[in-house]
Design a protein around this ligand. Structure first.
Ligand SMILES: Cc1cc2nc3c(=O)[nH]c(=O)nc-3n(C[C@H](O)[C@H](O)[C@H](O)COP(=O)(O)O)c2cc1C
Length: 380
């Protein structure tokens, strides 16, 4: 679950803003360092691997946990492992979504390497995999080889512009069939059909409702909320609630972790209704189904997802994954079953991602830890 800004903005802040007035608004702080990794130094690192990874860390990933550990090996390779403390045990019990996030990371690294004329060869799970949980074994071993035949990928230009846009989309501005077709890649699917969208919306909204009202799942999110600029700068990950409204809300004592956790309170109720509105505003839907659910297929789903997200960015379209109805904990099982049925995923087939697409207000980037914080001691 990720709370949209609108969700929280609705969450009891209205009164506070009226009381606070413009002076306090202007005095509100913005994060100082959390968005730094999006400002790429125009002089790239000499080592192509570091250039690739400074782009890769901008990848979309569940709850913005950024679980990437990077170990440079020799002078042309790297090993990627998972920081196991950054998983989401309640809502992602088999680390499926975390693995998809590694797929998005690898694809951005590959695109950035190609920009420098390097091929990035990926050997997924070189020491084997466990379908139930990730462990200390590597997610991927990478090798970078200079190759003049490597084609530049035009999606490179969208990497720093890409966002997950969690705002309400403009329902009076439909997504055309031809634009949807440009977002959808090989093997992906999407629709602008209102009846199909309506049937799926019901499950998608039921999924977010269930997550927010299931204490163990909701608290997993609450524990990852960074409220206000100081918290966002100190921990540039998780669910960041920043901007003038949150600063003021915090200052006035209206928004804090306890208020957000109080499931009977007004803040919670208004937040939930905001989420229903954003999750429900669906001009178009995009999804990825894989034949099975192996780790390699999960990585592939991530690579496909981020490419679609970059293509949408190029078209000025917002994109927002809504994963609750695809999760594997008991409480969301009915939505999971119905979405698989509606999307015709039978047998071992798995719906890995579902995302809405549409025109929304411009949004800023999500915080990131600097690339250096992901670097482990190199292996010579
Ligand atoms: C596998 C996966 C699942 C995600 N599920 C959700 C979701 O259910 N709700 C949501 O708001 N965002 C979801 N996201 C988006 C992340 O929250 C987002 O990528 C992260 O906060 C970083 O923001 P950015 O994509 O704007 O850089 C998902 C992303 C991935 C890769």
């Amino acid at each position: 679950m990720t709370i949209s800004r609108r969700g929280i903005l609705a969450a009891g802040l209205g009164g506070g803003i009226l009381i606070a007035g413009g002076g306090v608004w202007r005095a509100a702080r913005m994060p100082q360092t959390a968005f730094g990794p999006w400002q790429l130094d125009p002089n790239p690192p000499t080592d192509v691997r570091l250039d690739a990874f400074r782009h890769a860390i901008l990848a979309p990933n569940p709850h913005n946990r950024q679980p990437w550990e990077i170990r440079l090996v020799g002078d042309d390779a790297a090993m990627i492992t998972c920081d196991l403390g950054r998983r989401l045990p309640v809502t992602d019990p088999f680390d499926r979504q975390i693995t998809i996030g590694f797929g998005t990371f690898l694809e951005l690294a590959r695109i950035a390497a190609a920009e420098r004329g390097y091929a990035m060869e990926i050997e997924p799970f070189p020491e084997g995999e466990d379908p139930h949980a990730l462990d200390r074994r590597p997610i991927a071993r990478l090798r970078f080889t200079q190759n003049p035949a490597v084609a530049r990928d035009p999606l490179f230009d969208q990497i720093t512009r890409r966002r997950s846009n969690k705002e309400e989309y403009d329902l009076s501005k439909p997504v055309s069939q031809s634009d949807l077709a440009k977002v959808v890649g090989d093997g992906d699917t999407g629709t602008i059909d209102p009846e199909w969208i309506a049937a799926l919306r019901e499950q998608i909204v039921a999924g977010i409702d269930k997550e927010i009202t299931t204490p163990k799942a909701y608290m997993e999110s609450v524990n990852l909320m960074r409220i206000g600029a100081a918290e966002v700068d100190a921990n540039p990950d998780g669910i960041s609630l920043n901007g003038p409204m949150f600063e003021i809300g915090k200052m006035l004592g209206l928004v804090d972790r306890a208020a957000l956790a109080e499931m009977d309170g007004a803040v919670f109720k208004q937040g939930l209704s905001g989420l229903r509105a954003t999750y429900g505003s669906i001009p178009a839907l995009f999804w990825i189904v894989t034949p099975g659910n192996s780790r390699v297929e999960q990585l592939e789903a991530g690579r496909r997802y981020v490419r679609a997200n970059l293509r949408a960015t190029a078209l000025g379209l917002g994109m927002h994954p809504m994963s609750q109805c695809l999760q594997e904990y008991e409480e969301v099982a009915p939505m999971y079953a119905r979405v698989h049925e509606l999307l015709g995923a039978t047998g071992k087939q798995r719906v890995q991602m579902i995302a809405r697409i549409g025109y929304g207000p411009a949004v800023g980037p999500a915080p990131r830890w600097p690339m250096e914080t992901h670097l482990q001691a190199p292996v010579t």
